[in-house]
Write a protein that binds this ligand. Structure first.
Ligand code: CP
Length: 313
């Protein structure tokens, strides 16, 4: 199937076929990135704006590099140095960007639904780079891409997501992507952060970490999202590490080929032992590398690309 969507707002609304088109397009762009000349003219003449109203390292930089690799002009919007500080609204900000012919607006915002709102008020292509605790679509795509590349498939794999699920947009997007592609997803963490309501998304929920990691082919760790929690969700970080951290002792009880993943930023010594983060089964930096190809694919497709068949091999 060819891609036809103008925006990438979430994973929930995508079909398995659309997800596969995105992943296959990213694979083609990864091959482009391994050539001596890594730049292609696909988005020449287009203007891409990185509208990040929340902090970011990986997502903002890889979207910027992806747009540059596609020959687009890129503008990085800094909320701190903008007229947001003078009370300008998100809608007015976006309409001003549209007036400057922004073809694509990539938005990260603390409010869930902000990208969907922008898609209704401006004509630019909108990409969700993380909205509140709702979704982080390109993170799920790069995670899924990394698993598929390493394991050769998604369907049938046991994937455990361990940590703060309740406040995590990464968890929600991963759950949608993985279940649509046929993986079996287990969620684990303190009961305050992993409520049973997530079973309605087709996941197994457990609060027993040993049970969660024993048969996992992939363990995706999430940090505690302190910035979104309005009250203490567990007694202390030390207790969290003791009960739910991927310590060396717990790592020793995982399957010998289980992949260790984390979207970053990692909190060494809290959700993951520092040596485990750096071990040879950790693909944390591979995820970052794959994010570039996934974001090139996303930009290419929302700007009118139809799929991997359009990328010269
Ligand atoms: N994983 C992720 O979204 O990282 P950044 O917040 O640094 O973009």
């Amino acid at each position: 199937m060819s891609w036809t969507r103008k925006h990438l707002l979430d994973i929930e609304s995508l079909s398995a076929t659309e997800l596969t088109t995105l992943l296959d397009t990213a694979k083609a762009f990864k091959a482009v990135g391994e050539r001596a000349i890594k730049k292609v003219p696909a988005l020449r003449g287009k203007t891409v704006v990185n509208l990040f109203i929340e902090p970011s390292t990986r997502t903002r930089i890889s979207f910027e590099l992806a747009a540059m690799r596609l020959s687009a002009d890129v503008i990085n919007f800094s909320a701190e140095a903008s007229s947001f500080k003078k009370g300008e609204t998100l809608k007015d900000t976006a309409r001003n960007l549209e007036a400057l012919n922004a073809d694509v607006i990539i938005i990260r915002h603390a409010a869930s639904g902000a990208p969907h709102f922008l898609s209704r008020v401006v004509s630019s292509n909108i990409i969700n780079a993380g909205d509140g605790a709702h979704e982080h679509p390109t993170q799920a795509l790069l995670d899924t891409f990394t698993v598929r590349e390493r394991k050769g498939k998604i369907a049938g794999l046991n994937v455990t997501i361990l940590g703060d699920i309740l406040y995590s947009r990464v968890a929600r997007s991963n759950i949608w992507a993985l279940t649509k592609l046929g993986a079996k997803v287990t969620l684990c963490g303190p009961s305050t952060l992993v409520p049973r309501v997530f079973e309605q998304m087709g996941c197994r929920v457990t609060h027993n970490v040993d049970e969660a990691i024993a048969d996992a082919d992939v363990i995706n760790l999430l940090r505690i999202q302190h910035e979104r929690q309005r009250k203490a969700m567990f007694p202390s970080l030390a207790e969290y590490t003791n009960l739910f951290g991927l310590t060396k002792a717990r790592f020793a009880r995982t399957k010998p080929d289980a992949l260790i993943m984390h979207p970053g930023p990692i909190n060494r010594g809290v959700e993951i032992d520092s040596d485990v983060a750096d071990c040879d089964r950790s693909v944390i930096l591979e995820q970052v590398t794959n994010g570039l190809a996934v974001r090139m694919a996303t930009l290419f497709l929302v700007c009118g690309g139809r799929g991997p068949q359009e990328i010269a091999g």
